[in-house]
Design a protein around this ligand. Structure first.
Ligand code: G3P
Length: 216
């Protein structure tokens, strides 16, 4: 399973990359706002240079022509850019047009299996179901991932599933069990994935025994 980092924070990306856990990065306008950099093109280039893998940058236009123009411009920033397009009716046309020009697209804000089927048919390289936001409204985000993985398998669709809106380690584990290709994970959840109280307890007791042996 590939891990993308769901942030536009360069320092956080560098930290996770040093663990060997960064296969790519996803950003969105909210994450850009959190990073506090208004020179978003420059920031995306810096992330691409650091990551040397797929980096999603999202369009803010909402009409098809605007999304296509913005996507073409973003794609020129780096060979690593993946253009993030919202899954709307206009978005489908932008996905088809950009994908047809060889520009990889990440279809974002996917909340249903029907949306996932359509973005794959339109040629999206990636489909991003938002599991946490579905859970927030009492739907089952992971059940949607299961549906999408099944549909893509049934028809050998090449679109890769990026499990997005990941809120806790179980989202990652359950996605891996279902065979989702990628999880895009906030840095905080990457850190949570390694934590286990028995590891901490075991380490503390090993160190205490070692100190006793040394007569401390
Ligand atoms: O990249 C988009 C996505 O992961 C958003 O997550 O936590 O804002 O629902 P969240």
């Amino acid at each position: 399973m590939k891990f993308f980092i769901d942030t536009a924070d360069l320092a956080a990306i560098a930290e996770i990359k040093a663990l060997g856990m960064c296969d790519g990065v996803t950003t969105n306008p909210s994450l850009m706002a959190q990073a506090g950099r208004r020179d978003t093109d420059a920031l995306l280039r810096e992330i691409c240079d650091l990551v040397q893998g797929p980096v999603s940058g999202e369009v803010v236009a909402t009409d098809a022509e605007g999304m296509i123009q913005e996507g073409v411009r973003l794609a020129k920033l780096s060979e690593h850019i993946v253009v993030k397009i919202p899954t709307t009716y206009a978005g489908l046309r932008a996905i088809a047009a950009l994908s047809g020009r060889g520009i990889p697209v990440n279809a974002t804000l996917v909340f249903s299996a029907s949306q996932a089927l359509l973005v794959a048919k339109a040629g999206a390289a990636y489909c991003s179901p938002f599991v946490g936001r579905l859970d927030d409204v009492s739907h089952d985000g992971i059940a949607l991932v299961e549906q999408i993985v099944t549909i893509y398998d049934n028809y050998d669709l090449e679109t890769e599933v990026i499990v997005a809106s990941v809120r806790h380690p179980n989202h990652v584990v359950e996605s891996a069990l279902l065979g989702a290709h990628i999880a895009t994970i906030p840095p905080k959840v990457i850190k949570q994935l390694v934590q286990h109280p028995l590891t901490d307890k075991g380490l503390a007791s090993f160190l205490a025994d070692w100190d006793r042996l040394q007569g401390k």
